[in-house]
Design a protein around this ligand. Structure first.
Ligand code: ZN
Length: 280
């Protein structure tokens, strides 16, 4: 079983076994690690080593009780128009530079958080989410995956009206309402993934599939994004990157479809993680 990491009650946990039991990292390590998720990301190689030797069976835990695996990162990046098919459906030209915006950290909700429908044009975007381990500046593409703690699924929930309210548009606020950045419920260590350059994201709305794509359709790959961002800003332990959404968002449908109260969004990173978000 791959090494998995989660956060519960604000504390770092390992996820173990077929029943997804959780192990409190500070307690299981007799204080060698702190309870702080950020501290685990800073010392990721050590945590991985500890997880490999940990025989604690853990305690049962519902994914509804988990926090986002990196619940208070310093920085949250979103990449727009990063799948060829999604760029085509929006009528945009294929970007030659990663279209980067921020999702403010206060928008992070629990993985299965309720999503407030704040207006008439709130949309879904299922995404591969990556969390940075030690980070740094000027990270080469060839070293990029070594700076990723793990991957999971997330939703870059987007208030399209707010996202496009100004000329030129500033995406940041439209993507940062309360619980508009749910991801999780756990990270799977990137080192354990043979298929990390071809992962599948899937999204259903009320049980009907609306998005499905593999990350080999990405215009900018995870290593390219990390290399690009770290050439400009320092990437810090626990930083979160929403890597872009594939085709099938509501705004691009004819006619457009937006979220309404009572809708249920389910999201998968196939074989890795699954979240459920109810619209309220
Ligand atoms: Zn997005």
């Amino acid at each position: 079983m791959s090494f998995r990491f989660a956060c519960k009650d604000g504390r770092a946990h390992l996820v173990v076994g077929p029943d997804n039991n959780v192990v409190d990292l500070e307690k299981a390590s007799d204080g060698h690690f702190t309870s702080e998720p950020i501290d685990a990301f800073r010392r990721w190689d050590e945590v991985r080593g500890f997880a490999a030797s940990c025989t604690d069976p853990g305690v049962p835990c519902s994914t509804d009780d988990l926090n986002a695996p990196s619940p208070w990162p310093s920085q949250v990046f979103g990449i727009g128009l990063n799948y060829r098919k999604h760029a085509e459906e929006t009528g945009a030209k294929i970007p030659d530079t990663p279209l980067t915006f921020t999702k403010f950290p206060s928008s992070i909700g629990n993985p299965n958080a309720d999503v407030p429908v704040a207006g008439p044009a709130v949309d879904w975007e299922v995404e591969l989410v990556v969390v940075i381990s030690k980070g740094g500046r000027d990270i080469n593409e060839s070293d990029a995956w070594d700076n990723v703690a793990g991957v999971c699924v997330g939703q870059d929930i987007s208030d399209r009206a707010l996202q496009l309210a100004t000329v030129p548009p500033q995406f940041n606020l439209g993507k940062s309402r309360e619980n508009y950045s749910p991801f999780g419920p756990w990270l799977v260590d990137a080192k354990d993934l043979a298929s990390k350059d071809k992962l599948e994201v899937v999204c259903t709305l009320n049980g009907t599939e609306v998005q499905r794509e593999t990350t080999d359709d990405l215009i900018f790959t995870v290593p390219q994004i990390i290399s690009y961002l770290s050439g400009i800003v320092q990437l810090l332990p626990g930083d979160v990157i929403f890597t872009g959404t594939p085709g099938g968002v509501g705004a691009a449908r004819k006619p457009p479809v937006f979220l309404k109260k009572g809708d249920v969004l389910e999201s998968w990173l196939t074989g890795i993680s699954h979240t459920v978000n109810r619209c309220v």
